[in-house]
Design a protein around this ligand. Structure first.
Ligand SMILES: C[S@@+](CC[C@H](N)C(=O)[O-])C[C@H]1O[C@@H](n2cnc3c(N)ncnc32)[C@H](O)[C@@H]1O
Length: 426
C-alpha cells in the first residue's frame, strides 16, 4: 500500500471521524442532532472558500438525482424487492413504469454512492442504505421531504435573489406578495397552492411530521399537571352546579396544529383526558391528513383568520383579535394559557434554517423572546412564563394569558425590530 503522506495526528482525526457510526448514537436523538451540527460546522471551518460553493452545488445535484430515481420508481421497487444488493441490470428492472437507459442509471448511482445515498459494493453492484430504503416508502417523512424540495423548496430558494432585487431588498413580510407566490406559475401563496394539488399538501404535511425530530416535546419543557388538574376541577364544578354532565369542555385548541403532534403529546401524558377536550385546527387539506386519536381529539378544519368557533377558549389568533376568543382576563385559570415557540439568540442550524425557510416560503419568521413578548402584548396577552427545553436549539413554550388594559412588561427585553417597531406583520 502506498505510504500515507498524512501526519499521524491527521490520521488519528480521520480514524475518529470514520469510527463514528449510526449505532453509536442510536436512540439519542438530541445527541445525534448535536454531533451532526458539529460535523457541519467542522466542514464549514476546514473547507476552502471554493469548496463552500462546491458543497451547495453537490447538495443541489444530489437532491435532483434522488428525485429522478424517485420519479423512476427505483427506490420503491428496490425496497419492495427486499432491499438487497443489486446489479445495475436488476436495478433497471426495479424501475417502473419506464426502464431508464442503463448508462444513465449507472452514472446517477455512482454520483449517489459518492454521498452515501447508496453504497457501491462492486463494479455496477449497489447496496441500499437506511436513507435509500426510506425513500422506498412512498409515505415516509423522508420521501415527503424530498418531494417538498421539488414542490416548494428548491425553486423558492432559487427565486429569492430575483425577488429581493425586485422588492428593493426589503424584509419580506407580506404573506400574499411573497417570494413563493412570485415564482409559482399559479401566483398563489404556499397554503393556497397546496389546495390546488393534494400532492403539494401531502408532501408539506409529511415534511412537517419529519421535522418533529428537531422539536423537543412541549410537555417535557412545560409541566402540564396543573393545567390538566385545573381543567378537571373546573369541569367538576360546572357539572355539579348544573346538576348534570355538561360534556367535557375544551382544554386545548391547537390552532394551525398541522398533523396533531402537540395535541398528541398532551394526550400521551394524560390519556384520561375525555373525548372532545382536545381540538386540532388547521386548513382542510391539512386536517384531512391528521394523525391523532379520532376518539379523543376533535379535528376541525378552520382558517385561523376567521372567527374562532370554539368559544371561551384561549389562544393567539394571528389576526390579533383576542375578543374573538371569548373570555378576557382569566388570571388564575390554567386553561387560559397559550403555547408558542421561540428562537433564542445563538440559534441552532435548525432554527436559523426555519427562520429563512419561513421567509422564502411565507414571508414569515422565527422570533426572539423579546419579539414574542411584544407580539403577544399587542394581541392583548401577558406573558406569564417561558419554559425552555432541556436542550437548547429547539423550541420553547410561552405561557401567556389574556389581560385587560396596558401592560409594560417585555418592552425592555430585546423586542426591538430594526425596521418594524409595532410588529404589524402578522
Ligand atoms: C409551520 S406549521 C406549524 C405546525 C405545528 N403547529 C407545529 O408546531 O409543528 C404551520 C401550520 O399552520 C397552518 N396554517 C397556515 N395558514 C393557516 C390558516 N390560515 N388557518 C389555519 N391553519 C393555517 C399550516 O397548514 C401548518 O400546518
Amino acid at each position: 500500500m502506498k505510504p500515507s503522506s498524512l501526519t499521524p495526528a491527521t490520521e488519528q482525526i480521520i480514524a475518529t471521524l470514520d469510527g463514528i457510526g449510526a449505532t453509536d448514537l442510536a436512540g439519542d436523538r438530541q445527541a445525534q442532532i448535536a454531533v451532526a451540527a458539529a460535523a457541519r460546522r467542522m466542514l464549514a471551518r476546514i473547507q476552502t472558500p471554493f469548496e463552500h460553493v462546491l458543497r451547495y452545488q453537490i447538495d443541489a445535484g444530489i437532491a435532483a438525482t434522488c428525485q429522478v430515481l424517485l420519479d423512476l420508481g427505483l427506490w420503491k421497487g428496490w425496497t419492495e424487492a427486499g432491499g438487497k444488493d443489486a446489479s445495475l441490470v436488476q436495478l433497471v428492472d426495479y424501475c417502473s413504469p419506464v426502464a431508464p437507459d442503463m448508462n444513465l442509471l449507472g452514472r446517477l448511482l455512482r454520483y449517489l454512492a459518492s454521498e452515501y445515498v447508496v453504497k457501491e459494493v462492486g463494479v455496477n453492484m449497489y447496496r441500499p442504505t437506511a436513507y435509500s430504503l426510506e425513500l422506498g416508502k412512498p409515505t415516509s417523512a423522508t420521501t415527503q421531504a424530498l418531494l417538498v424540495c421539488d414542490h416548494h423548496w428548491l425553486d423558492s430558494c432559487r427565486h429569492m435573489p430575483a425577488f429581493l432585487a425586485k422588492t428593493g431588498y426589503q424584509e419580506p413580510l407580506d404573506p400574499v406578495q411573497s417570494n413563493y407566490a412570485d415564482w409559482t406559475p399559479e401566483k398563489l401563496t404556499l397554503f393556497a397552492r397546496m389546495q390546488t394539488n393534494p400532492a403539494y399538501a401531502v408532501s408539506f404535511t409529511g415534511w412537517m411530521a419529519g421535522l418533529v425530530g428537531y422539536k423537543a416535546d412541549w410537555t417535557d419543557a412545560y409541566d402540564t399537571k396543573d393545567l390538566v388538574e385545573g381543567f378537571f376541577r373546573e369541569r367538576e364544578k360546572t357539572n355539579s352546579s348544573s346538576g348534570e354532565s355538561s360534556g367535557s369542555g375544551t382544554l386545548l385548541v391547537d390552532i394551525g396544529g398541522s398533523h396533531g403532534l402537540d395535541v398528541s403529546s398532551l394526550l400521551a401524558k394524560h390519556p384520561d383526558l375525555p373525548a372532545g377536550s382536545l381540538v386540532l385546527q388547521d386548513l382542510t387539506h391539512v386536517t384531512a391528513h391528521a394523525r391523532v386519536d379520532p376518539d379523543k381529539v376533535t379535528v376541525m378544519a378552520h382558517d385561523f383568520f376567521d372567527p374562532q368557533p370554539v368559544r371561551g377558549e384561549p389562544g393567539l389568533p394571528p389576526a390579533r383579535d383576542p375578543a374573538r376568543l371569548g373570555r378576557p382576563g382569566l388570571p388564575a385559570d390554567p386553561a387560559a394559557r397559550v403555547g408558542g415557540h421561540d428562537a433564542r439568540t445563538g440559534v441552532s442550524m435548525y432554527q436559523a434554517a426555519v427562520d429563512t425557510g419561513l421567509m422564502f416560503l411565507v414571508s414569515a419568521r422565527e422570533r426572539t423572546e423579546g419579539q414574542w413578548r411584544l407580539l403577544l402584548k399587542s394581541a392583548g396577552f401577558r406573558v406569564q412564563a417561558i419554559w425552555w427545553p432541556a436542550v437548547s436549539g429547539t423550541e420553547a413554550v410561552i405561557e401567556a394569558e389574556l389581560c385587560d388594559g396596558d401592560d409594560d412588561e417585555g418592552e425592555e427585553d430585546g423586542g426591538e425590530d430594526y425596521n418594524n417597531e409595532d410588529e404589524e406583520e402578522e
